[in-house]
Write a protein that binds this ligand. Structure first.
Ligand code: GLY
Ligand code: MN
Ligand code: MN
Length: 443
């Protein structure tokens, strides 16, 4: 059984007997004129189907006393004319066989089939608020079913949020997902190494970006997983900088936050390095601090420990370092605990230390145990994949030592939680001062 079919079966087992789940893929998105953005399927839809064509809907019927479970795909029909212009389409028969569905229909049949499938179904599992188009269609189907009430037909009496169920499933990566994510990590790490080695003072940020994109694509990755950040010098202090059009200068640090999407799974890596290959003393001081914060955060990646320990560990090291380097005034704050309590560290570290990673860069899955009293941070478990990405960003301000002004540093790696701790999926990108300087000496 394919991993996609296995996920469908797992979902069906969690549904009420005879209930119906429905999920549409993403629409095509116009860019300008008659050009579309490159098509990207919906992540939830892909998770259950592996099917990447637009205009597709999956319907799952859970087993009941008198009927087995059914997985049904609706998709575009074969069309010789359109296939000459736009490329191959599986068509319902081809897709049913290739993707392991019990039945498949042309997408044009969706209205009629859904009216039939929802009739007498006890419950509907639906992606609430996910697609305005599907919301409208659902309304029509339910009206059609309710119209048959006088003949004894009933409409689903309950609606469940399908996305909440899928979020929880997606949080735990199965073996096939782990393999794809390992590959996304390898390719992205290699791209960072390539960018480092290509960098010379005076290069424009977009020239360095081109090195990343080259490595992604030549390795078979379909897209960048998000718009790459290539930030020279002070631009690194703009957290979501992506203009990528400035010229680097000798002495600048370059912060690159970039990862590829490989077979629908994202990598998300940040490296920060001196464009001339040698860290200055203040750059090195802050870099080592961020690296120590990352090490402390990684040490908290242990099954059973709360997710929030990762951020708390990084923050403690960073706050202590801010006091030790004079970024924060020891006379004012005294201890790291006190600085954190007063949120003083947020002047230089204003984001979280990571997020779930998977089909989406900021992936699905709850960060808190919503069923427990007080909604505590959830415990880490094997199969979760997350980023660990502390940073420090120093904007000029009164009382801030001038030697640190405009330095922005982040170190971000992708981590799979394992039974014994963790596996770093982005290991191939140099991370220590010595490794970065060594890699750049080889230019
Ligand atoms: N690249 C997005 C992030 O680091 O969260
Ligand atoms: Mn990230
Ligand atoms: Mn990132």
């Amino acid at each position: 059984m394919s991993p996609f079919a296995a996920r469908r079966a797992r979902l069906q087992e969690r549904m009420l007997p005879g209930a119906v789940a429905i999920l549409a893929t993403a629409p095509e998105a116009p860019r300008n004129g008659d050009s579309d953005y490159p098509y990207r399927h919906d992540s939830y839809f892909y998770y259950l189907t592996g099917f990447t064509e637009p205009d597709s809907v999956v319907v799952l019927v859970a087993a009941s006393v008198d009927k087995p479970a059914q997985a049904i795909l609706f998709c575009r029909q074969k069309n010789v004319e359109r296939e000459i212009w736009d490329g191959f389409r599986h068509g319902p028969d081809g897709a049913r066989a290739a993707f392991g569905f019990d039945a498949a229909f042309p997408i044009e049949d969706l209205d009629g089939e859904m009216t039939r499938l929802l009739a007498n179904a006890p419950a509907a599992y639906y992606a609430l608020g996910h697609s305005a188009a599907l919301d409208l269609q659902m309304k029509t189907w339910l009206q059609n079913v309710r119209r048959q009430a006088r003949t004894g037909v009933t409409a689903p009496a309950v609606a469940h949020d399908l996305l909440a169920m899928l979020d929880e499933m997606r949080l735990f990566k199965d073996a096939s997902e782990q393999a794809v994510m390992r590959r996304a990590g390898e390719i992205s790490a290699r791209a960072h190494l390539r960018a480092m080695r290509a960098s010379r003072p005076g290069m424009f940020e977009y020239e360095i970006e081109a090195e990343l994109l080259h490595e992604f694509r030549r390795s078979g990755a379909q897209y960048p997983a998000y718009t790459p950040i290539v930030a020279a010098g002070a631009n690194a202090c703009v957290l979501h900088y992506n203009a990528n059009n400035a010229q680097s200068r000798d002495g600048d640090l370059i912060l690159i936050d970039a990862g590829c999407e490989f077979d629908s799974y994202a990598a998300d890596i940040t490296r920060t390095y001196p464009v001339n290959g040698r860290f200055s003393a203040p750059q090195k001081l802050l870099y080592e601090l961020v690296l120590a914060a990352q090490s402390a955060a990684l040490a908290a990646v242990v099954p059973g420990r709360p997710y929030s320990d990762i951020h708390d560990s990084a923050t403690r090291v960073l706050a202590q370092g801010m006091l030790d380097t004079g970024l924060l005034d020891k006379a004012v704050y005294g201890t790291a605990e006190n600085a954190i309590a007063e949120r003083a560290h947020q002047q230089f570290y204003m984001h979280g230390t990571g997020h779930w990673l998977g089909l989406d860069v900021h992936d699905a899955g709850a960060y808190r145990d919503v069923h427990a009293e007080g909604k505590p941070s959830r415990a880490l478990q094997p199969g979760m994949v997350l980023t660990v990405e502390p940073g420090i960003y120093v904007r000029p301000a009164a009382g801030v030592p001038e030697q640190f002004w405009h330095i922005g540093i982040r170190i971000e790696d992708d981590v799979l939680v394992t039974p014994g701790g963790y596996e770093i999926l982005s290991e191939g990108a140099p991370r220590t001062v010595a490794d970065i300087e060594e890699a750049m000496r080889q230019r």
